[in-house]
Design a protein around this ligand. Structure first.
Ligand code: 13P
Ligand code: SF4
Length: 302
């Protein structure tokens, strides 16, 4: 790691009163310079709480948007503006509006992996960490529209025992992992515990020993006596797992588990964004005022 870049980032961070937030899927060197690393739920809470003037969000676009919605007075920077989330783009404003017209009484639950416009049409948001809890707050007789992830939606249906109208979006990275790949890995490591993110396909989740958000996995490993884990999520999380638990073994069941968008942000982008205070992500006020309601409702779910 270039010490000069690190020193410059550190100096600028102080001058700008900036905080660096990183998702677990970011490159190891980004995770290592972050003030806080977390899953999407923790990062949105952190963005809302911080008293920094500038939030450098090392993640993807919808995460920076969520931070901007929660903290309109802060400057939210997304160091590489090309870092989007293909799943978030799969749910569009007009399509959701049409679906709502067909089901006028339905309650709309949107995964945080959505655009601000889609959030503005939603009743409550959720993340992978709280989706089951969120849906359980909705009265049983209410129809539920769930956007955009079909795999998370199906998992929530199973856990809550209710039927929902599920958008057919998916994560290009998690959806590629096949059950066979996990089974073959398990044959090589028969003692390993299988942990899966709920964006994985249903047949993968069926053979998992635990289904968790990224921080949920880290917490599980901390509390488990097992020595080996098959990790069914994006490879960035292995950096934290190996750092925190060097005596345990973590195995990725496939080399496809890399989110190209999460890997777009490089350390040089972080430096440039602190130097130039851009690219900034700012949600227009008319959308922000609507989108903040479902996000706040989600944050109130304990
Ligand atoms: P988490 O909510 O578990 O952090 O996941 C976010 C995400 O984008 C998963 O692909
Ligand atoms: Fe989006 Fe999947 Fe990448 Fe997460 S891992 S940011 S859901 S594309």
């Amino acid at each position: 790691m270039d010490k000069d870049i690190l020193n410059k980032i550190d100096k600028l961070k102080k001058e700008r009163n900036a905080v660096i937030l990183s998702h677990f899927y970011q490159r190891p060197e980004i995770q290592d310079i972050a003030d806080f690393i977390g899953d999407s739920l923790e990062l949105s809470r952190k963005a809302a709480e911080t008293d920094a003037n500038v939030v450098v969000f090392c993640g993807v676009h919808f995460m920076a948007e969520t931070a901007s919605i929660l903290s309109p007075d802060k400057m939210v920077l997304l160091p590489n503006i090309g870092a989007g989330c293909p799943m978030a783009e799969m749910a569009d404003y007009d399509g959701l509006l049409k679906l709502k017209e067909q089901h006028p009484d339905a309650y709309v639950v949107s995964y945080v992996n959505t655009t601000a416009e889609v959030k503005a049409l939603s009743d409550i948001c959720c993340t992978s960490a709280n989706a089951v809890k969120v849906v359980n707050t909705i009265p049983k007789e209410k129809e539920v529209i769930f956007v955009p992830d079909k795999n998370l939606g199906r998992y929530v249906e199973k856990m809550t025992g209710r039927n929902m109208i599920i958008w057919q979006g998916y994560c290009n990275t998690h959806n590629k992992l096949s059950r066979l790949e996990v089974e073959l890995t398990k044959e090589r490591y028969p003692e390993a515990v299988i942990l899966a993110h709920p964006e994985c396909r249903e047949d993968v989740l069926d053979i998992a020993d635990g289904v968790f958000s990224t921080s949920g996995m880290i917490k599980f490993v901390k509390e488990s006596n097992a020595r080996e884990f098959i990790i069914c999520t994006e490879d960035g999380i292995l950096h934290q797992l190996q750092k925190k638990y060097p005596d345990k073994k973590f195995i990725l069941p496939s080399n496809k588990l890399v989110c190209p968008n999460m890997k777009k942000t490089k350390i040089e982008d972080v430096l440039e964004s602190l130097e130039n205070l851009r690219p900034e992500v700012k949600v227009p006020d008319d959308i922000r005022r609507k989108a903040i309601i479902p996000i706040k409702r989600m944050l109130d779910v304990k």
